[in-house]
Design a protein around this ligand. Structure first.
Ligand code: GDP
Ligand code: IMO
Ligand code: MG
Length: 484
């Protein structure tokens, strides 16, 4: 049952299998029986992978959703970002906020992988692993770090702080974790990878050269001679951290492909959100990595033909933290009410999140960029008290109505959202676990969203806890294929 009819199952659906078999039946000059088997194998692997990512500006509740789904997966891998992410998982009385470590590790038996697309602060990683251990999570032997991931070093933070407050530079409102400068170095081909972090001589030479260069740039650009970094001290600290990181390091692309080849399943845990993606987001007010579905491929070492399903997580409204355009931002008091009800404060920085209404053109864009098969709606309960719920269904830009997302900030800032208003339900949806038990107006709100945004709703979240979740039957059936 689709909420509003439409798309078909993607998880190893029988018609997809049949199409492969048919294609395999076509005679090619080089065809052998083996190639049929290979196609079947590829089909089976596709059925066992899913990308879970954010549709908006991050904080959509990905952590909760990854946690709910992780019981069906052999491994969960992060593929982008770093400890700028803050993924909250609530299990009974316990609250976990994961930054670098995938939420999958909270499930006994599920492996956690930090992929090559991630920028890793070794000190932050060790702290997070220690904290999880303290909370009783068995992280050792289940956690793996890519030898190809890039390393964040203190000069990345120094450069970021300088740039964020430099006259003439746009303030992005970053998380101040050194993320952007670490990705800059990666692309400039002067970054340090985890594999090299583990070689003391190489690490020493790298730190010496990088500190000399970054100190000089920081002094020239930002005049902060007094905060110049001491390379010797940095080397001592990071060489010691490297030894503690060493046991986790492996070729994670190889590991993930092996898991799939052996019939296991892999979930790709997105960080940030589509509108923060370096290519597809509200540039330059974005993060520096590929948060979208494409990033799952480049950031993990698993090829695109093995990615089965894309699940896009969106709030029932919208939030943004940091600077940048936000067409449906609410400037009236009701925005503060949503912030209070939704407890919209950054999981990492504690900053208040800006609140806005659901933006359908943006979701359509996001679903298109990601090729989303399914969407998950979170925080429906936060809207419980509203008499009516506005939804943005189009944009007016300089008197013209459009649903195209402008590529430039000026264009984005000129958007006047066109709203339609649906009736609120004014009763509690908190903790409801069945779609049919939702108030009629809430069901209509979800149906409207599904109809307009181009991807089926597979799950609805009605509270932060694992159990406060509605699983739609066809999505549940699709998930069952992962175990098949
Ligand atoms: P992420 O970065 O996408 O993982 O999201 P965050 O963890 O930063 O922010 C989402 C917040 O909403 C967390 O505090 C979650 O515990 C909470 N949350 C998730 N789903 C729901 C829900 O359905 N209802 C409510 N009220 N809170 C939720
Ligand atoms: P999760 O995974 C929300 C935002 C920052 C800033 C911009 C650039 O929890 O959804 P950066 O430090 O990445 O260079 O900052 O991106 N940002 C996030 N906003 N959720 C996140 O992650 C974010 N990660 C980065 O606030 O506007
Ligand atoms: Mg978050």
């Amino acid at each position: 049952m689709a909420l509003s009819g439409g798309l078909r199952l993607r998880f190893a659906a029988p018609d997809v299998r049949a199409a492969y078999k048919k294609a395999a039946g076509v005679r090619h000059l080089t065809q052998t029986t083996d190639s049929n088997d290979r196609l079947q194998e590829r089909d089976d692997m596709r059925a066992k992978t899913a990308v879970v990512l954010g549709a908006q500006w991050g904080d959509e509740g990905k952590g909760k959703i990854v946690d709910v789904l992780s019981e069906r997966f052999t491994a969960v891998t992060r593929y982008a970002g770093g400890h700028n992410a803050g993924h909250t998982v609530i299990i009974g009385e316990q609250k976990f906020v994961l930054q670098l470590i995938p939420c999958g590790v909270l499930r006994p038996g599920c492996r956690g992988v930090i992929g090559n697309g991630v920028v890793l602060d070794p000190i932050a990683f060790l702290k997070e692993a220690a904290k999880l251990r303290e909370l009783g999570v068995a992280v050792d032997e289940r956690l793996f770090v890519s030898n190809r991931a890039q390393v964040i070093l203190p000069y990345h933070r120094m450069m970021e702080l300088g740039a964020e407050s430099a006259p003439g530079r746009k303030t992005i409102g970053t998380t101040r974790r050194g993320i952007g400068p670490a990705y800059e170095d990666k692309m400039a081909r002067c970054g340090l990878r985890v594999v090299d972090l583990l070689r003391p001589e190489l690490l020493k030479a790298h730190i010496e050269a990088a500190c000399a260069e970054k100190n000089a740039i920081a002094w020239a650009l930002y005049g902060n001679e007094t905060t110049a970094l001491d390379s010797e001290q940095m080397y001592e600290e990071y060489a010691a951290a490297a030894e503690q990181v060493r046991p986790y390091v492996t070729d994670t692309g190889r590991l993930l492909n092996k898991i799939l080849a052996e019939g296991g399943s892999v979930m790709f845990e997105g960080a940030q959100g589509t509108m923060l993606d370096i290519d597809h987001g509200t540039y330059p007010f974005v993060t520096s990595s590929s948060a979208t579905a494409g990033g799952a491929v480049t950031g993990s070492g698993v090829g695109p033909t093995k990615i089965g399903t894309v699940i896009s997580v969106t709030k029932a409204y919208a939030t943004r933290v940091g600077e940048g355009p936000f067409p449906t931002e609410i400037r009236e008091a009701v925005g503060d009410d949503l912030r209070a009800r939704g407890m919209e404060y950054g999981a990492v920085t504690g900053r208040p999140r800006r609140c806005g209404w659901l933006d359908i053109p943006l979701l359509r864009y996001s679903n298109q960029v990601n090729g989303a098969d399914w969407q998950v709606i979170t925080k429906l309960d936060v809207l419980d008290e509203l008499e009516e719920v506005p939804i943005c269904v189009g944009y007016e830009i300089r008197g013209k109505v459009t649903d195209e997302i402008p590529a430039d900030v000026l264009g984005l800032e000129e958007i006047k959202p066109v709203y339609t208003t649906l009736k609120g339900w004014r009763s509690s949806t908190e903790g409801i676990k069945e779609f049919d038990k939702l108030p009629a107006e809430a069901r209509e709100y979800l149906r409207f969203q599904e109809r307009e945004s181009g991807a089926r709703i597979g799950m609805v979240s009605t509270g932060p806890d694992r159990d406060q979740t509605i699983l739609l039957p066809e999505f549940a059936a699709a998930l069952d294929q992962i175990h098949a």
